[in-house]
Design a protein around this ligand. Structure first.
Ligand code: FAD
Length: 292
């Protein structure tokens, strides 16, 4: 396998992915690239296509579980793209996909633009949030997206409208595409009031997370009408353990990986939980976490 000479400096082989994802576990990427410029993302996608190499995009790694076997293809991390700028034009804000979501929220709030503040504290990037239609407080990010700039599998750039991006509960139609940047349509509001609201939400969010643990993930989508947390508590699965992986005892919608945890243990625990929930309630819990 060979990449064009002018991309070779970006390519690493057998790059461990564990340190790049929140769960801190999982095998390597056969090929790994961390582009610096937006144009390099496109050239990498084109080069991979020419060699029939599957491509996966890594944002902040807060919603990915990497199997022990790793990823047999090219993983492109957007964390190093320096063009992750944020520009504001009236009530529109355009943000590079690799920018941290929290930075985008703070930037919008500081400019007196409302519509993103409820997402403060959700880990990861703007691209990851848009692809998975991240939500909080019953409102999803898709509701304030005006357009999404994407690359298709051939590296062709397109701008998709909110409707074309197909936002629904924790889902979009953006699978298989690379999100490069996002334009939000926000509402002009009072900066002080917005800042207070954001701070309040941030404190609330931190209080509802397992404390002092960094290797965590939110494995399940809230089923209709009931938060996953309450459902898991009600069926007695809080604290359930598989090896060094467990559901948190107080916040059971969080999966916690202790030292020694493996991806196989995570997968086994997730399957046990889904089986138990189905058996006891008839609810087929859907996965939020992406399994690589
Ligand atoms: C502590 C904690 C709290 C959380 N709280 C919430 C919450 O309140 N609400 C919520 O909705 N989620 C929550 N999550 C889940 C997670 O943070 C979100 O799904 C987040 O938006 C994922 O962004 P990311 O950049 O980390 O994506 P990653 O984990 O890097 O990737 C997730 C998926 O998106 C794809 N992807 C990422 N970037 C791009 C791109 N630019 N183009 C194409 N595909 C891309 C990846 O290929 C992968 O399939 C939480 C997770 C944790 C660990």
């Amino acid at each position: 396998m060979s990449f064009p000479d002018d991309l070779m400096h970006l390519i690493r082989t057998d790059e461990p992915l564990g340190p790049l994802v929140w769960l801190g576990i999982g095998g390597p990427a056969h090929y790994f690239a961390e582009p610096v410029e937006e144009s390099e993302i496109q050239r990498l996608v084109v080069a991979a296509k020419e060699q029939d190499l599957p491509v996966r995009i890594l944002g902040g790694g807060s919603n990915v579980l990497v199997r022990e076997a790793g990823v047999d293809g090219l993983v492109i991390s957007l964390a190093g793209v320096t063009e992750n700028q944020m520009t504001i034009d009236g009530s529109e804000m355009t943000v590079g996909a690799g920018a941290k979501l929290s930075h985008a929220v703070i930037k919008a709030v500081g400019a007196g633009l409302g519509g993103l503040e409820h997402l403060v504290g959700i880990p990861g990037t703007v691209g990851g949030a848009v692809v998975g239609n991240a939500s909080s407080d019953g409102r999803d990010i898709g509701s304030v997206v005006k357009s999404v700039k994407v690359l298709d599998k051939n590296g062709v750039s397109r701008s998709l409208s909110q409707q074309e991006a197909g936002f629904s509960h924790r889902k979009t139609s953006l699978g298989g595409l690379t999100v490069v940047s996002v334009t939000f349509e926000l509402e002009t509001r009072d900066v002080v009031a917005l800042t207070k609201r954001m701070q309040k939400l941030w404190i609330g969010r931190n209080a509802s997370r397992p404390t002092d643990i960094t290797q965590i993930a939110l494995p399940f989508i809230d089923p209709d009408g009931m938060p996953a947390k309450e459902l898991l508590q009600s069926v007695g699965l809080a604290g359930i353990r598989e090896g060094d992986v467990s559901l948190d005892a107080n916040q059971p919608h969080y999966l916690v990986a202790q030292s020694g945890a493996t991806s196989d243990q995570c997968l086994r625990l997730i399957e046990r939980v889904r089986e138990q929930v189905l058996l006891q309630t008839g609810i087929d819990l859907q996965l939020n976490l992406e399994i690589w």
